[in-house]
Design a protein around this ligand. Structure first.
Ligand code: NAD
Length: 481
């Protein structure tokens, strides 16, 4: 817990941390050795306020406003609620966006209160419209949000074994729900048996037609829970609570649900949009950096399709993702969700323009497949795929040198991805030839243009081969980039 809060501070999500028990382990938060990170700058923890002393009567002794970087002490009692505490805080701290109390008594529980307004994006679809709510501290407020979203019934929370202890158990406890069902973690568990397991768990728990499933996790959890919702009792409501960047900006929006078969990914599925999506950007605090970067690759893709200005907001791995404030993360998620919303609203069932979202995916899928889904995260494979698509578009005169360099730069800024060096271009070409987007005319690529993308571009194997050789031959492809 202490480490978790430390990481949260470093990423700038928490302005104030108040260890409310005796000093002990809590003060480790103020130990630079504990919290130093090459990625997240130290200014982020300038507002650490350590509060030693046990069960003091007053929430916080006045006059303990800390200087930047300084650990100041005050006294507060364990278990005080945010409003009480806020009223007794020095003015500078009281107006902060986020306050977290860490107590030794409830070491696994922390509460937070955020004043920042959440943002809503409406997604229109065949089954009616639904909102994507983006904000901070939303995991602690799920029942109210779900009620506002017009969803009734007894919520059935489902997560996985990683997100459970990090977020879902506390969210379910705060909501007064039962313990969430925890699926095993991993793409290999996005399968029929997991959906069946969810349905049997619902039956055993006597969940009926009016009770919503609540998926708390990354894209794997949202896909499989959404699929279970589509088939259980011929379809029940569900709420998506995405906890990875990729799931917030992509998987949870647009209504595609599904599971994998041994023969391939997403071969069983349904269009079954959730009734509500709740994206709490605070959940990103615990996301491993590699997952964050993979999610950013999908954001770059979206930005290229529909909002080039968003590229300016993206963090650069060389300066560190900690440079981005929580507000900026929120803005980034909102803008990426808006792009996806626009695309899926125009073509919910992917009969045409929604294919734009496949930018980078033709080579991306082939890379995942030839490496048996072991080497690349999906976003990383898409990052290579976007570079290939940009090179092809540039050779064809669809993408200017300037735009090509801009897209390359945006992809490189995401930081290292696994290498291509030892991969066989012919094997990749064979996989590309089996792409789902193939028809009699060949494989249809989505290629970037200066303004956005162009769909249905037939690209001959000879063109792809040349670009693959170029990418594989790059010195940096031996180490990724
Ligand atoms: N339905 C769609 O439209 C759509 C779109 C894009 C992707 N997808 C699917 O999404 C899946 C990939 O999603 P993903 O990238 O989120 O992967 P994921 O769900 O496997 O999550 C990645 C890892 O992060 C962990 N995790 C999740 N949230 C966390 C958090 N807040 N803190 C710490 N760890 C956390 C997960 O347990 C997992 O280990 C794929 O199956 C893909 O097919 C679906």
């Amino acid at each position: 817990m202490v480490r978790l809060v430390g990481r949260a501070m470093l990423r700038g999500f928490l302005d104030v941390v108040l260890p409310t028990g005796a000093l002990g382990e809590n003060l480790e938060l103020g130990n630079p050795r504990e919290v130093r990170s090459p990625v997240w700058p130290q200014e982020r923890w300038r507002r650490l306020v350590a509060c030693p002393g046990r069960a003091a009567k007053t929430p916080l002794r006045r006059g303990s406003s800390p200087a930047p970087g300084q650990v100041t002490t005050g006294v507060c009692r364990a278990g005080v609620r945010a409003p009480e505490l806020r009223s007794d805080l020095p003015r500078e701290l009281a107006s902060s966006n986020s306050i977290v109390g860490v107590t030794q008594v409830h070491s696994a529980v922390y509460w937070s209160e955020y004043h920042r307004a959440m943002q809503r994006i409406e997604v229109a679809g065949e089954r009616g419209s639904y909102d994507v709510v983006v904000g901070r501290g939303l995991l602690g407020r799920l029942p109210a949000l779900i009620e506002e979203g017009g969803v009734e019934g007894r919520a059935a929370p489902v997560t996985n074994t990683t997100v459970g202890p990090l977020h879902a158990r506390s969210a379910a406890a705060a909501a007064g729900w039962g313990q969430p069902l925890e699926l095993q973690d991993g793409e290999e568990f996005k399968r029929w048996e997991s959906a069946e397991h969810i349905c049997r768990w619902l039956l055993a728990g006597d969940y009926g037609r009016r009770d919503p499933l609540v998926a708390i996790g990354g894209g794997v959890v949202t896909d499989v829970v959404g699929f279970a919702a589509a088939v259980y009792l011929r379809g029940i409501e569900w709420v998506a609570v995405p906890t990875t960047l990729l799931a917030m900006v992509d998987a949870a929006v647009g209504g595609k649900t599904g599971v994998n078969l041994e023969e391939g990914k997403n071969l069983l599925g349904a269009f079954w949009p959730p009734r509500l999506v709740v994206a709490d950007v605070d959940a990103l605090v615990t996301l491993p950096e590699r997952e964050l970067r993979a999610g950013l690759a999908e954001v770059v893709k979206g930005a290229w399709i529909g909002d080039h200005g968003l590229l300016e907001l993206l963090p650069n791995h060389t300066t560190g993702f900690g440079d981005l404030s929580p507000q900026a993360w929120q803005e980034l998620v909102v803008r990426a969700v808006r792009i996806k919303t626009k695309v899926v609203t125009a073509d919910e069932r992917e009969t045409g323009s929604r294919q734009a979202l496949n930018l980078g995916h033709t080579l991306g899928h082939a890379l995942e497949s030839v490496t048996s889904y072991q080497r690349f995260l999906h976003g990383e494979a898409v990052a290579w795929g976007m570079r290939a698509a940009a090179a092809i578009a540039n050779r064809r005169g669809l993408l200017s040198d300037r735009s090509c360099a801009r897209l390359e730069e945006a992809v490189h800024a995401l930081g290292p991805v696994p290498p291509l060096a030892d991969l066989d271009p012919e094997e990749l070409l064979a996989h590309i030839g089996r792409d789902k987007k193939r028809d009699r005319g060949g494989v249809a690529w989505v290629l970037p243009t200066d303004e956005g993308v162009v769909l249905g571009q037939r690209v001959e194997p000879v063109e792809v081969r040349e670009v693959l050789r170029q990418l594989i031959g790059e010195r940096r492809s031996e180490v990724g980039w």
